[in-house]
Ligand binder design. Structure first.
Ligand code: TRP
Length: 458
């Protein structure tokens, strides 16, 4: 059975960047930056990427490309069947898990795109936005319908295969995403009072930086780069032998960071334009679906054509960003079931899609009819989110770095990363040093922080 590869280097990088650029870039990064000292946070974030993001990403690329297998198969091969093979399986499981709640938010972006196009935010009083969102997510039918549509699009792309599905869609969607981001950022920056927003985002304020800021930057870098669960490993299994691994990792990280910073250029100038306190805008869903629709209406003229265009473009941007990430998560599971259980791509994809239809619907309904189903005060959606973000990702990341640094054959690593001696790798020693010592310790600290171990520092 022939295994497909990406058709071009550009396609490979755009696909990997599509995985990385997602909701995390738009609804978390700008706010974290603004609240943690602006440029000071960005500098720390970039350091995190260099010191431990790139080594892990390069290792994932390497394991995927070397084995040309799905993540579970890849780890079985490189671990020679030892206990380390479980790292791959854990990755597949984590990705599957993240996908179940990620698609729910993807569905919300579709609904908000629809509301924006139809000018439904015209003359809505500021206080009303919370109810609009609350009524929507608690409705038993509407979010579910959008969810099915969103999952349907993912399924369509995945069943078309690696080149004509994933690669082609990335080549279409990533430039679109970039153009929309640029358009929105330019619009927002040209609003009166925008400079205050830029100052908030960019002026380095080191007084706001403490040890927990660093941990936050690390956690964000991790999630944003799609590390630790095999997304990038799976995509890299479709890289050809000539793809430069370290350079691709640098390119993907740069695209990801650029889009995240530009998302800040979209959000803060508008927020300051309407005189809102940036500390009141909230994070995540609250920011995206409650504060921002109001901000956009007020900044661009309530119900005006400009507001309609801006708001539509913004939610469509979120949709595209979520979609490319969701596709990469789906592919992790699809590659796993097709290769490990010898199924056709169509059958494997259908199996994965069915599971996320069921579990995704449960997550989606957990804001409405299933809201009473809670564990430790968290509804089903929040459990999926918490369990993957707080436990599975850090554990997976730590295991991958320990495996790549301590267990994986050094000569193999060097051969692969230099493409059999074709490329110079002056960074090799640093990379291994980071994988062995810095990364596992850093992730351990993030993990402890998320468990609340450092609350006394705050
Ligand atoms: N990186 C994506 C974002 O920024 C989300 C994502 C996709 C992800 N695949 C992942 C996060 C794998 C962690 C692991 O939204």
């Amino acid at each position: 059975m022939g295994r497909e590869n990406f058709g071009s280097k550009l396609g490979a990088i755009l696909a990997a960047a599509g995985s990385a650029v997602g909701l995390g870039n738009i609804w978390r990064f700008p706010i974290e930056t603004g609240q943690n000292g602006g440029a000071a946070f960005i500098i720390i974030y970039v350091c995190c990427i260099i010191v431990f993001g790139l080594p892990i990403m390069t290792s994932e690329f390497l394991i995927g490309r070397y084995t040309h297998a799905n993540t579970a198969g890849a780890f079985r091969i490189v671990s020679n069947g030892s206990i380390w093979k479980w790292v791959g399986r854990l990755g597949v499981f984590t990705g599957w898990f993240i996908l179940c709640y990620y698609v729910v938010v993807g569905a919300w972006t579709l609904h908000y795109t629809y509301l924006s196009v139809t000018n439904a935010f015209n003359e809505v009083p500021a206080k009303q936005y919370e109810n609009i969102f609350g009524d929507f997510v608690s409705n038993p039918w509407i979010p579910t319908l959008w969810l099915f549509l969103f999952i349907g699009v993912i399924h369509f792309v995945i069943t078309r295969g690696v080149q004509s599905g994933i690669e082609k869609s990335a080549k279409l969607m990533m430039p679109t995403l970039f153009i929309i981001t640029l358009f929105l950022a330019v619009c927002s920056i040209s609003l009166p009072g925008a400079s205050k927003g830029l100052e908030f985002l960019l002026k380095p304020d080191w007084s706001k930086v403490d040890s927990t800021t660093v941990l936050e930057a690390m956690g964000q870098a991790f999630y944003s780069l799609s590390l630790a669960m095999g997304c990038l490993c799976t995509y890299a299994s479709y890289f050809d032998k000539k793809t430069p691994l370290a350079k691709s990792a640098v390119n993907v990280s740069m695209i990801d960071t650029l889009i995240a910073i530009m998302a800040g250029f979209i959000i803060f100038p508008s927020v300051f334009n309407i005189g809102m306190d940036p500390n009141d805008v909230g994070v995540g869903a609250g920011l995206t679906f409650v504060s921002l629709p109001n901000v956009f209406q007020q900044a661009l003229g309530d119900g005006s054509i400009l507001a309609v265009i801006f708001s539509t473009a913004f939610y469509f941007l979120l949709f595209v960003a979520a979609l490319t990430s969701a596709i990469s998560l789906h592919e992790v599971a699809t590659a796993y079931v097709t290769e490990e259980f010898n199924m056709s791509r169509k059958k494997g994809a259908t199996l994965v899609t069915s599971t996320i239809l069921v579990l995704g619907t449960l997550c989606s309904l957990s804001f409405g009819p299933l809201s009473h189903a809670t564990l430790f005060d968290r509804n089903i959606f929040e459990m999926f989110d918490d369990l993957s973000g707080r436990f599975l990702l850090p554990i997976g990341g730590m295991l991958i770095s320990i495996f790549a640094g301590w267990v994986l054959d050094r000569k193999l690593y060097r051969d692969e990363i230099s493409n059999g001696g074709d490329l110079k790798t002056p960074y090799f020693k640093m990379l291994i040093f980071s994988l062995r010592y810095i990364t596992p310790i850093a992730i351990g600290l993030v993990f402890l922080d998320q468990m609340g171990a450092f609350n006394f520092l705050k």
